[in-house]
Design a protein. Structure first.
Ligand SMILES: [Zn+2]
Length: 251
């Protein structure tokens, strides 16, 4: 079993360092759990990226810009692992988002062990994100960078998985969380000057016909029911976030 703990896909997100520090205490063999800083240059500079979002640059280009070259180099490494765990933070009010690019048997099996609150199946980025290259790719985007509760929850989730895979043997608290699944199908564009309304909350249904953003007296009206996902992320310039649909998963 080879697992990659991938941190720093976005160089401004520092939470991965803290997760790494916690997991180091478990003394897991380096060939079993390898830590990798995805966007090395941006991570050093504490910038989100150098030329473009690395998480939209896969599978990459041999002679492209920095992120394209980086993606090209990382792709085979990511493909070689049995599981890739990608750690992110968010500046939005999003909480407890567990992100996958597919819901196959293995991924579902691991989700049941980790017990996240929300699973986002990112169909919208399934071809160019880092995880799109993985056999099994899972990403934690549980909250803000310096939030201790967030770090604790991520570490607990990873420990549950490691225990299930018989890599560690530790006692862990039991929980009974009913996971909600969302299919994330498209982006919600943000025309210049528009602001989302205050009552718009991640995972809370926006009904068809409802106003979700305004620019002075001009309004943006939902043309279909949808769940707002990753709304309010400061790093997105021309989108509010994503459009989600609830998925029914039989467990
Ligand atoms: Zn990120």
């Amino acid at each position: 079993m080879k697992i990659i703990l991938n941190i720093g896909t976005h160089g401004n997100e520092r939470i991965g360092l803290k997760v790494e520090r916690e997991l180091k205490k478990l003394n897991i063999d380096k060939n079993t759990l390898t830590v990798q800083i995805a966007n090395e240059k941006a991570f050093k500079l504490k910038k989100r990226y150098i030329d473009q979002d690395l998480n939209r640059s896969f599978p990459g280009k041999k002679d492209g810009n920095y992120e394209e070259r980086r993606a090209y180099k990382l792709s085979p490494i990511i493909k070689s692992a049995d599981i890739v765990i990608d750690i992110h933070s968010t500046t939005s009010a999003l909480k407890d988002a567990f992100i996958v690019t597919k819901l196959d048997k293995k991924t579902l099996e691991y989700i049941k062990i980790i017990q996240p609150k929300y699973v986002l199946v990112m169909n919208v980025t399934k071809n160019n994100s880092l995880m799109s290259q993985a056999k099994v790719g899972i990403a934690f985007e549980y909250g803000k960078d310096n939030d201790l509760a967030v770090i604790r929850k991520i570490v607990l989730g990873i420990k549950r998985l490691l225990k299930y895979l018989k890599i560690i043997d530790v006692k862990l608290p039991e929980t009974k969380i009913i996971t909600k699944y969302f299919d994330v199908v498209s982006t919600v564009k943000k025309p210049k000057g528009y602001k989302q309304l205050k009552n718009i909350k991640n995972y809370k249904l926006i009904h068809k016909g409802e106003v979700y953003a305004k620019k002075g007296k001009q309004k943006l009206i939902a043309n279909q029911d949808f769940y707002p996902i990753i709304f309010g992320e400061k790093n997105y310039k021309d989108i509010f976030g994503f459009r989600g649909k609830k998925l029914k998963i039989r467990v």
